[in-house]
Design a protein around this ligand. Structure first.
Ligand SMILES: Nc1nc2c(ncn2[C@@H]2O[C@H](COP(=O)(O)OP(=O)(O)OP(=O)(O)O)[C@@H](O)[C@H]2O)c(=O)[nH]1
Ligand SMILES: [Mg+2]
Length: 307
């Protein structure tokens, strides 16, 4: 566990070359884990649910890796502290590895660091990997790319919100969870959700996303949820060949390439130069478009990038 934690710290800090050597060596040993993405608005009970789900898996001897992603905070701050409290029982479960990851403003961003952390856990024989991420926005879309199954968590009493979600969230879920089903209105949310999902055009994989009601605080519905996850896993086959197929791998290659190109090429621009241009932009002496033209020319890219 210590070694895993150290390796993940290295991907978070993205120590560059030596890191890619580690990942290179690990890669042949990856591709066995099944990655479950858990997303939903703040406070819907994601962590409580993940805690329950993790115990469910470890009870049958399966090792579980959990990554809590907080894209909004540059620090491992409030939300994650809350998660720690919620998931306290997991910290003493020997079959579980938990790690929180927050934005550190590094090039390549959080989603790359999460991907790499997942690779490390995968290579270390964690069979189920769970990524919890807050929000309904840009960030969870990234998680969806990485996850083999995406759970979208909703709660009763968010009728209007569901309408607002329609566009984004109705496309990303492989399984919908109505948590806090001990509260009034669970059936109403489920009904609304069913209606919305029925409007969606058929999926390529022929899967109809099920809706599972849970009461995470009481462990209710967890077995049913695990069953739905297993059904989806059976349908999509072994991980690595799942959702997105070859497109997913193409995207990973392009992302990595973009990250390297960006780091290499932007690294050639001296800081002082950037400061000079920023000052000229601030005083309105130069517009940013002209500045970028200048920089490209100085980097030797004038032709290719002509705006
Ligand atoms: N009544 C009820 N409360 C629940 C249920 N599940 C979770 N909660 C409570 O909801 C609150 C938020 O739970 P969390 O698990 O921290 O929710 P979260 O979605 O992880 O929150 P963030 O990570 O901050 O977005 C806690 O007080 C939980 O005890 C449930 O099924 N029923
Ligand atoms: Mg949480």
């Amino acid at each position: 566990m210590r070694a895993i934690a150290r390796a993940i710290t290295r991907v978070e800090n993205a120590a560059g070359r030596d890191l890619s050597q580690l990942l290179r060596e690990l890669f042949p040993h990856t591709g066995r884990a099944f990655v479950i993405g858990v997303t939903g608005s703040p406070g819907t009970g994601k962590s409580t649910l993940v805690d329950q789900l993790a115990h469910h898996y470890t009870n049958s001897g399966v090792k579980v890796g959990i990554i809590l992603v907080d894209p909004t905070s540059p620090f491992s701050g409030g939300a994650i502290l809350g998660d720690r409290v919620r998931m306290q029982s997991l910290f003493t479960n020997p079959g579980v590895f938990i790690r929180s990851m927050a934005t550190r403003g590094k090039l390549g961003g959080l989603s790359a660091a999460v991907d790499e952390a997942l690779m490390i856990l995968d290579a270390a024989n964690f069979e189920i990997l769970i990524v919890e991420t807050v929000g309904v926005g840009q960030d969870e879309v990234d998680i969806v790319k990485t996850a083999h199954a995406t759970l979208v968590i909703l709660v009763p009493g968010m009728g209007d919100d569901i309408q607002a979600f329609k566009a984004g969230i109705m496309e990303i879920g492989d399984i919908y969870v109505v948590n806090k089903a001990d509260r009034e209105g669970a059936s109403a949310v489920e009904g609304e959700l069913t209606e919305l999902l029925s409007l969606a055009t058929g999926r390529k994989d022929g899967w109809t996303p099920p809706i599972v009601q849970t009461v995470a605080t009481q462990g209710k519905g967890i077995a049913e949820l695990a069953e739905a996850i297993q059904d989806y896993r059976n349908l999509t086959g072994e991980s690595g060949k799942t959702k997105g197929g070859i497109d997913l791998f193409r995207e990973r290659i392009m992302e990595l390439l973009a990250r390297r190109l960006t780091a290499t090429i932007l690294g050639r621009i001296p800081d002082e130069k950037l400061d000079q241009y920023a000052e000229k932009m601030m005083t309105r002496e130069l517009d940013p478009y002209t500045i970028v033209d200048h920089l490209l020319r100085e980097l030797g890219f004038e032709e290719e990038f002509h705006g």
